[in-house]
Design a protein around this ligand. Structure first.
Ligand code: MRU
Length: 346
């Protein structure tokens, strides 16, 4: 099955210039339906609602967002100031994944060269993301297999860092795909990833589609699964990697890292270089998105906590570098727990 997470469709649009198509991840796995984005309001809503999500996919959304804004500016006669302000709305739609701002910043300077240059640059961001993910997956699998004494590896993963979180291939699930292709994968334990269930809904959907042996477990089972010796490693993605190797990723990743450290198994972070933020010395400066408490007090739209109870909903946590065995990027593998820093690769 070919999944198209995010793409520019040249054929649609109010003025025949094309539209942005997103596979609407709020509907998966029960419905596979595209959301068509025609303007900045639509894109900001899609990002906030997590119709498009995952750090590398947000990078592509940011890049394509410049084009969405440009087309709307020409349609509605915006001046330069309004255009830049609308692009900034896209850039700031979610704070934690650095890729969103990175994608906008990669394309925005091309505005002066005209629409064709902007479209080409946005498409380049998507193509380069796929190439980066494939390369980092190869490097990560090499790193992992060199440390495994089993023929086939048992992997725990958290959230969704697959095709759906990227333009193609995926990061943590890219590593899983690489292990599967090499005949070296036994099973994947996918944390369900409350509150929005990216693991149960999205990771499981991707693994099922590819016939990968997997189990979905509640987040509370992860530490026990690790300490019972049911997995050989944890492989996760990242939303932002600080210069010292601290890693911001979906809430619950820190608990997985603590368990891996206690069990003496690797926590491998798979992320393209676009997720590395060398301006951030360590994880203390990373803004953690806090989402509506209602996502916690409800399940699938139904209230489960008493009406009087408020939810607490930080969407990400920061795993300190000392718990991060390796960060695999397309440039190479860094071992923060061993004292290496991300700039070793720059
Ligand atoms: O809130 P989300 O679904 O955008 O969070 C995504 C994650 O935390 C992923 O694990 C991370 O972005 C890595 S994506 C390759």
């Amino acid at each position: 099955m070919t999944i198209r997470t995010i793409s520019w469709d040249d054929t649609g649009g109010p003025d025949g210039r094309g539209v942005l198509r997103l596979l609407d991840q709020t509907l998966l796995p029960s419905r596979t339906e595209d959301r068509v984005v025609r303007d900045v309001d639509g894109l900001v809503a899609a990002i906030e609602e997590l119709a498009v999500r995952g750090a590398p996919a947000l990078g592509v959304a940011g890049a394509m967002g410049v084009l969405v804004a440009l087309d709307q500016a020409e349609r509605e006669g915006w001046g330069e100031e309004r255009l830049q302000a609308e692009i900034d709305r896209v850039r700031h739609a979610r704070p934690t994944a650095v890729n969103l701002a990175w994608g906008v910043d990669a394309v925005r300077p091309l505005l002066a060269q005209g629409r064709e240059a902007v479209l080409a640059a946005a498409r380049r961001v998507a193509a380069e993301d796929e190439a980066a993910n494939r390369e980092l997956s190869r490097r990560a699998a090499d790193w992992l297999l060199a440390r495994m004494d089993r023929d086939r590896v048992r992997v725990l993963t958290h959230c969704n860092a697959g095709v759906l979180a990227a333009s193609a291939w995926g990061t943590a699930l890219g590593v899983v795909r690489e292990l599967q292709a090499r005949g070296r994968l036994e099973v994947v334990y996918a944390d369900e990833t409350r509150p929005l269930l990216q693991g149960a809904r999205l990771t499981a959907w991707e693994l099922a589609a590819e016939g990968v042996e997997h189990r979905v477990q509640v987040d509370g089972a992860a530490a026990s699964t690790v300490l019972r010796g049911l997995v050989d490693c944890a492989v996760v993605g990242a939303d932002r990697v600080a210069a010292n190797g601290d890693v911001a990723n979906k809430i619950g990743t820190l608990a997985v890292g603590l368990a891996c450290r206690e069990a003496g198994i690797p926590l491998l972070v798979a992320a393209p270089w676009s997720t590395v933020d060398l301006t951030m010395a360590d994880g203390d400066g990373i803004e953690i998105e806090e989402r509506s408490g209602e996502e916690v007090t409800t399940v699938a739209g139904r209230r489960v906590a008493p009406e009087e109870s408020a939810g607490f909903n930080p969407a990400f946590d920061v795993t300190p570098a000392r718990f991060v065995s390796a960060v695999a990027t397309e440039r190479g593998v860094v071992e923060p727990a061993g004292g290496a820093v991300m700039s070793d690769l720059s």
